[in-house]
Design a protein around this ligand. Structure first.
Ligand SMILES: *Cc1c(COP(=O)(O)O)cnc(C)c1O
Length: 348
């Protein structure tokens, strides 16, 4: 079965070999406070900086998931208010978790075709979902930069769970970026990355929020020692390190992903029954393609695809019955994508 699910998604072919290497080289029982453990964290950090273009001045933290990052950002970087802008289930969930911790937040819900507006706000934190996995929409780097310019006193936090590792992100445009690894990074689940600008670090230090095991100030103190507050997913970090060593620089990956997305959207322009869910090219995602049709057709496509060894992503929330989603992540091979295109082209 080839998985086009946008998370957990197809992992790189090399993963089983890397796991075997982890067994034979002692990584599986490695102590995260040992010299080897700290060295692994250092090397992984360096590989992430080099391959993804993360500025050296930004701090990279290892968490367990993007969901954990939602809570860390809310508890440790917001005293009073945050504003969340988005159109889908993940942006909504982030807001819900934030509200439970810091109630006066605000959610500006957009419709699918509307780009994120350049608002000005008094809120301490602006929260954006760069790639909304549930709807197949994305926020452009220009928009994030414009929001930053319009709100010099607010921090900007960006959920890049289904785009980090697939498209080039301008990390300088925001203060916090995070992702989990089982989507665009092509790794097994159980690890998250939280990337903080010097301004975010400064803000965490000012707020001194320390009521949680994963409070940001505590994590930053441990990161300075190349350690974590708790025992991390050492195998996950090792696999990430190996994958980051093997992949091309993000500019190269970005080009391939954008071209492939354009092929997908052109394909659905031509298709007699299936259409892209999002019509506005400005907000269409490069890494998650949402496809719509009548519920009966969607159901049949998913069933027949499964029989053909192709696993499509289910629709999400209000689009459950009338959409499916296709991951356009780097671990998917051109031959696999061709196979899915041939299958969808041959639908009766
Ligand atoms: C999948 C996803 C999450 C949640 O990731 P977990 O690893 O389950 O915490 C958060 N945000 C977005 C945009 C996602 O796609």
């Amino acid at each position: 079965m080839i998985s086009f699910y946008p998370g957990p998604s197809r992992v790189y072919d090399q993963i089983p070999r890397y796991v075997a290497d982890a067994g034979s080289t002692g990584v599986l029982s490695m102590n995260h406070r040992s010299a080897e453990g700290m060295q692994l964290v250092k090397l992984t950090t360096r590989a992430l900086q080099q391959k993804l273009g993360i500025p050296k001045s930004y701090t990279i933290l290892f968490t367990s998931s993007a969901t954990e990052c939602w809570e860390i950002v809310a508890q440790s970087l917001v005293r009073d208010t945050s504003v969340h802008i988005g159109n889908g289930a993940f942006a909504q969930k982030w807001f819900t978790y934030t509200q439970a911790l810091r109630p006066p937040g605000e959610f500006r819900k957009l419709d699918l075709e509307t780009p994120v507006p350049i608002i000005t706000t008094q809120a301490e934190l602006i929260c954006l979902t760069q790639n909304e996995t549930s709807t197949g929409t994305q926020v452009s780097m220009e928009t994030i930069r414009a929001l930053q310019a319009a709100n010099p006193h607010s921090l900007i936090a960006v959920d890049a769970t289904s785009s980090l590792g697939g498209i080039a992100l301008d990390f300088t445009a925001a203060d916090v970026w995070f992702a989990s690894v089982q989507k665009c990074l092509g790794l097994p689940a159980g690890l998250g990355l939280l990337i903080c600008s010097p301004r975010a670090v400064e803000r965490a230090r000012q707020l001194q929020e320390k009521s949680h095991y994963n409070s940001l100030v505590n994590q930053l103190a441990m990161a300075a020692l190349h350690q974590t507050t708790h025992t991390p997913n050492v195998l996950g970090i090792y696999l990430l390190y190996r994958v980051m060593q093997a992949v091309s620089p993000i500019r190269t990956v970005h080009k391939r992903i954008v071209q492939q997305a354009q092929l997908w959207y052109a394909f659905f322009e031509q298709h007699p029954k299936l259409k892209a869910l999002v019509q506005n090219p400005e907000v269409r995602s490069h890494t998650v393609i949402a496809v719509t049709a009548e519920a009966a057709i969607i159901k049949k496509v998913k069933q027949e695809a499964r029989k053909a060894g192709l696993l499509l992503g289910e629709g999400y929330g209000p689009w459950k019955e009338t959409t499916f989603r296709i991951a356009n992540f780097p671990a998917l091979k051109p031959a696999e994508i061709k196979k899915l295109m041939r299958f969808l082209a041959g639908l009766k």
